[in-house]
Design a binder for this molecule. Structure first.
Ligand code: FAD
Length: 385
């Protein structure tokens, strides 16, 4: 039975309670088991959390970008596995369909993604297409009423548990770069799709990531997203422009949580006869962290509102992702420092785990260097700030 909150205020209160009362107590278990318990996934389904950004006509909540990032600030005040489990369906896993799917494709897949029955993922990256994302080598040839896909995708979040894969492949032989790419929805059951074993990673235990192999994979023509060949990269860029704001918000929550943990520790831990929070050198770390969190929140909300007004946010989204992911790394480092030795020892504090978890933010969905280049390119081209 559904237990979905009725308003945004209710939803935010519900997320806050869930994160604190249900998720924080099991973070260590998720780390140990490298899996989110099935009972928690069921609870998230009943709450409707998988459908936040999916339009209401397809069973989701239809949140605006501003509402989505506001919810993401709350959801991500937790270990990253929680948001990775939920946020792929509310982000890169469903967004290509939301942005460019035909009404029939939306009707077929989105309601089941919104309910959490289906888990989605985006399979763009390949061994030779990382930062150079358009260098896709996976091919798709049309044979009758099917496309036949061949290639290997790597580093795909949720691939080991996904039911649906948004796959970017080259439909036009002889093209290079973003021309000639198309986006497909591939179901796990389609012949010729196989996923690899989950990687052993630095952090984010409970969020499985693996290769995806397409070996003469048979995909019905009806699953070409939007029904048009050659526009797959444009679809990906629509996905990423929204996703970068979403991810920036998801980088901000862990910083809030880490600072909260560090506050508690520095007020309890006594040295030289007083709580270490009384020392001004630590207070500078607290002030810098709080200021940077505020700055990230403010710029993300501003950019989200601009997107909701229909403005081009390519530059703002890149700046938000770059700033928020780097900010989170700086806050993580300061928080380890504020914990002292206990920040380095997993037995003594969760900060060691958070520090490892958040390192990924600066790498995926565009490394910091790629965002620097993108920001500079757009500014030099004369985009409004
Ligand atoms: C755990 C994890 C989960 C992921 N999830 C997904 C997913 O769900 N779907 C998906 O499609 N992808 C996913 N990715 C892939 C991720 O987006 C890529 O790893 C990322 O884009 C970087 O590509 P790369 O690893 O090939 O690094 P490379 O491109 O090889 O970069 C190596 C270094 O060179 C720098 N560099 C590269 N080009 C330039 C340049 N022109 N100028 C300056 N510096 C440059 C980079 O910044 C980096 O420091 C995931 C990755 C990881 C690790």
């Amino acid at each position: 039975m559904s237990s979905q909150p009725q308003s945004l205020t209710d939803l935010l209160a519900d997320i806050r309670t869930f994160v604190r009362e249900r998720w924080h107590p099991i973070e260590e278990q998720v780390e140990r088991d490298d899996a989110v318990p099935a009972s928690v996934v069921d609870e998230l389904r009943r709450k409707g959390y998988f459908g936040w950004s999916i339009p209401t006509e397809y069973g989701g909540l239809g949140l605006s970008t501003e509402e989505l990032v506001t919810c993401a600030f709350e959801l991500s005040q937790a270990s990253v596995a929680l948001r990775a489990r939920v946020g792929t369906n509310t982000g890169i896993g469903s967004e290509a369909l939301v942005a460019d799917g035909t009404p029939m494709q939306k009707q077929r897949y989105l309601p089941r993604m919104a309910s959490g029955e289906l888990t989605g993922c985006l399979a763009l990256t390949e061994p030779d297409a990382g930062s150079e994302a358009s260098n896709v080598q996976t091919t798709a040839h049309r044979v009758g009423d099917h496309y036949v896909l061949n290639g290997r995708k790597c580093y795909i979040t949720n691939a080991p548990i996904a039911d649906l894969f948004t796959v970017i492949a080259r439909t036009e032989a002889g093209t290079r770069g973003s021309a000639g790419l198309s986006a497909f929805i591939v179901e796990r059951g389609f012949a010729g799709l196989r996923t690899g074993a989950p990687y052993r990673k630095m952090g984010q235990a409970g969020s499985p990531v693996s290769d995806v192999y397409l070996e003469d994979c048979q995909v019905p023509v009806a699953n070409l997203i939007g029904g048009h060949e050659g526009v797959g990269f444009q679809t990906v860029m629509k996905v990423l422009n929204k996703q970068r704001l979403h991810l920036a918000a998801l980088c901000t929550g862990p910083a809030i949580r880490m600072l909260e943990l560090a506050m508690g520790h520095t007020q309890r831990r006594q040295q030289f006869g007083q709580p270490v929070a009384q020392f001004q050198l630590l207070q500078a770390m607290i002030a810098d962290s709080q200021t940077e969190i505020y700055a990230a929140r403010s710029m993300i909300l501003e950019a989200a509102r601009a997107r909701d007004r229909g403005e081009d946010v390519a530059l703002a989204a890149s700046m938000c992702k770059y700033f928020a992911s780097e900010m989170c790394g700086r806050v993580a480092d300061r928080c380890v420092q504020m914990f002292g030795g206990a920040g380095y020892v997993a037995d003594f504090s969760p900060i060691e785990r958070y520090y490892r978890d958040v390192r990924l933010f600066r790498l995926y969905e565009g490394t910091s260097q790629i965002h620097q280049l993108n920001i500079a390119k757009l500014v030099l081209r004369g985009s409004a700030v």
